[in-house]
Design a protein around this ligand. Structure first.
Ligand SMILES: Nc1ncnc2c1ncn2[C@@H]1O[C@H](COP(=O)(O)OP(=O)(O)OP(=O)(O)O)[C@@H](O)[C@H]1O
Ligand SMILES: [Mg+2]
Length: 244
């Protein structure tokens, strides 16, 4: 009797959320590339809130950062609006292209930002009304990383700075969100390959059986093997260019 393979579940949207420096952009780019290679065309979407762009503008005006330039409340408003527009555009593009949308940040990131930086919950309540038009992603990965590790990664990245206290507040905010009950928490303290493997493992049910995601190359003594490093380099090069 022929064995009937269960058809894979349909994957439309995957979101990666987590504090700054947790590795969202790195992993989202890798994931979009790997899904595409394995037969599920996927597109990376950076759902930025403009904080970095305004941060660069702030430097030109001799200010510390975006918040110092616009003020806390205005920056949170601008960030909420820009992120809403970015997510809306990404979802529209997904409908048009049919690709899996790999979201680098999603609505929960804005709720966490408002909790960590705001005073009171009025802003979050408003944001929740506005963002409620967006569907919950099929899978949301929370990249859970120790704030100290994230801080060090941001410093090593070299094009911006984070305050360790802010990272701790953001970490607490993510854990406290009601969305936390629906996310897949991934230990993001490990190597690039370890984090990527954990993410892939949770997506197995969505993949065509005949075309599993390419296996990650093993890390050699804690150092990435060369092909994985090449993947990593191709993932971060556009970032470095964007930051230039
Ligand atoms: N697992 C990892 N191990 C070591 N370094 C990593 C790992 N993941 C990412 N990095 C590096 O840490 C830095 C931060 O990663 P990345 O930019 O992907 O984080 P992010 O969550 O997108 O941050 P942000 O919220 O500020 O955009 C980058 O320089 C990246 O190369
Ligand atoms: Mg990023």
């Amino acid at each position: 009797m022929p064995v009937v393979q269960p058809s894979p579940r349909r994957l439309r949207t995957v979101a990666l959320i987590g504090i700054d420096g947790s590795g969202k952009t790195t992993q989202a780019r890798l994931l979009a590339a790997e899904l595409s290679r394995s037969g599920l065309p996927a597109t990376y979407h950076q759902n930025a809130g403009g904080r970095r762009w305004f941060g660069r503008l702030a430097e030109r005006f001799g200010r510390d950062d975006a918040q110092d330039l616009l003020g806390r409340r205005l920056m949170l408003l601008v960030e909420s609006v820009l992120r809403w527009l970015a997510i809306a555009r990404a979802l529209l593009r997904r409908v048009r292209s049919g690709d899996v949308a790999v979201m680098d940040r999603y609505a929960a990131c804005q709720y966490a930002s408002l909790r960590a930086r705001g005073r009171g919950r009025a802003g979050e309540r408003l944001a929740r009304v506005a963002y409620s038009v967006f569907p919950r992603p099929d899978v949301t990965f929370l990249l859970a990383v120790r704030p100290e590790v994230a801080w060090q990664r941001v410093e090593t990245r070299g094009y911006d700075h984070e305050d360790l206290g802010d990272l701790r507040a953001a970490d607490a905010a993510y854990r406290d969100l009601p969305e936390h009950a629906h996310v897949v928490v991934v230990d993001a303290n490990g190597t690039l390959d370890e984090v990527a493997a954990a993410i892939r493992g949770h997506l197995a049910a969505y993949l065509p059986a005949a075309q599993p995601l390419p296996r990650q190359r093993p890390a050699v003594s804690g150092v990435l093997a060369a092909p994985a490093l090449a993947d990593y380099a191709s993932a971060v090069t556009p970032l470095a260019q964007a930051a230039a």
